[in-house]
Design a binder for this molecule. Structure first.
Ligand code: NAP
Ligand code: MG
Length: 403
């Protein structure tokens, strides 16, 4: 067949360990034979980040601003052990953190549904996407342990010196106190990323806080979402046939459990931290979870939700056969290629992304899968494949669609 053409390059961010091995196999086996792949390559592997003093990460994020769409492999976030293992000049920051700081986006995580790997919650017929606000609240708090009796106060000193003061509590004995903050600009860009993504995938958007109790803090989140929705998105939502729905967080949890899924659930930072782990574990495996960073300006960076699968990599280095699931990494590529196809008006590229995703799902549904899925599937007698064997099986399934 003639290869599918691309017009604008994808920003390709290579990564580390087992996912770097999968990355190469996916490109060679599943992409290059079908697509005349155009990418601008950035090596975010730890060795290259160290060599370039992490400039390569910054460059890759800036390239994403230039081209609009990136696909990222999982990368090591260095800790003390990694500094030694890779002889690092410094304990470089998390690449995801650096990229997010430059693109200022929100991360959307969605489980990949296949028959035979069913969520624990039986009525979840469609995936639920979690959007987590990634700034402030308890993650940037200040805390004091109160030793004994005394008064705790909340004081704001304006630039002109004016003070606003509230008593938090008159302590009679020991206790604790905490201060949290957020900024309107960050809440606004969170809201815009959520509204944009809902329009993009044509699903309803839910948002919830505890505004009845937190009448200023949480209420600000509620108000900002509503103001931006009314001013900028209401008409577009109506046209797309989707809705924006706000409720209290406890009501949202109750409704989510009883829902059929198929919507985006926007969460404040803490709620998103907790609820995304609930959704992903209820759906089986981190290796079946996609993740996309969407900036308020409409830049997209696609990746897998899991890490570099270090344990499997060490087995691979010892020459042992691995059975690492490549689905989330493949879906990072299909997400990016589909978006590129949409932006550039390339129907056959979008079709290819659909076909490759279908090939993954059909392979698993036919009983051929990696070990992590074989352990949780309802299918009887699954065939456990190696990392490479699984990709080869997907290749055969994909090939059939182009014969
Ligand atoms: P991990 O790579 O997600 O793996 C944790 C465990 O989950 C694995 O040992 C494996 O379990 C299972 N697993 C994850 N992905 C799998 C897959 N595709 N197929 C099969 N099993 C899979 O997390 P980690 O071991 O905590 O972190 C390793 C490195 O990844 C760290 O250096 C961390 O900094 C980095 N990380 C990067 C990102 C990112 O780039 N977005 C995210 C998280 C972590 P079994 O061992 O039981 O088989
Ligand atoms: Mg967490």
């Amino acid at each position: 067949m003639e290869k599918i053409k691309m017009t604008t390059p994808l920003v390709e961010m290579d990564g580390d360990e087992m996912t770097r091995i999968l990355w190469k196999m996916i490109k060679e086996q599943l992409l290059a034979p079908f697509v005349d792949l155009k990418t601008e390559y950035y090596d975010l592997g730890l060795a290259c980040r160290n060599e370039t003093n992490d400039q390569v990460t910054v460059d890759s994020a800036n390239a994403t601003k230039k081209y609009g769409v990136a696909v990222k492999c999982a990368t090591i976030t260095p800790n003390a052990a990694r500094v030694e293992e890779y002889d690092l000049k410094e304990m470089w920051k998390s690449p995801n953190g650096t990229i997010r700081a430059i693109l200022d986006g929100t991360v959307f995580r969605t489980p990949i549904k296949v028959k035979g790997i069913e969520p624990c919650v039986k009525n979840w017929k469609k995936p639920i996407t979690i959007a987590r606000h990634a700034y402030g609240d308890v993650y940037k708090n200040v805390e004091i342990k109160i030793p004994g009796a005394g008064k705790a106060e909340l004081v704001f000193t304006a630039a002109d010196g004016t003070k606003t003061k509230e008593t938090i509590f008159e302590f009679e004995g020991s206790g604790v106190v905490q201060g949290q903050h957020n900024v309107d600009a960050s809440i606004e860009s969170f809201a815009r990323s959520c509204f944009n993504y809902a329009l993009d995938i044509k699903q309803d958007l839910w948002f919830a806080t505890k505004d009845t109790i937190s009448k200023k803090y949480d209420h600000t989140f509620k108000d900002i979402f509503q103001e931006i929705y009314d001013a900028e998105y209401k008409e577009r939502f109506e046209k797309a046939g989707i809705t924006y729905f706000y409720t209290l967080i406890d009501d949202a949890v109750a409704r989510v459990m009883k829902s059929a899924g198929g919507f985006i659930w926007a969460c404040k930072n803490y709620d998103g931290d907790v609820m995304s782990d609930m959704i992903s574990s209820a759906c089986g495996s981190l290796a079946m979870m996609t993740s996309v960073l969407v900036s308020p300006e409409g830049y997209y960076e696609y990746e897998a939700a899991h890490g570099t699968v270090q344990r499997h990599y060490y087995n691979h280095l010892k020459g042992e056969e691995t059975s690492t699931n490549s689905v989330a990494t493949i879906f990072a590529w299909t997400g990016a290629l589909r978006k590129r196809g949409e932006l550039d008006g390339l129907a056959d590229l979008q079709q290819f992304a659909d076909n490759l995703e279908k090939a993954c799902v059909e392979t698993i549904e036919s009983g051929r899968m990696t070990k992590d899925l074989a352990l949780i599937t309802d299918l009887e007698h699954p065939t456990v494949l190696s990392s490479e064997g699984f990709i080869r099986a997907i290749r055969e399934q994909l090939q059939k669609k182009y014969e």
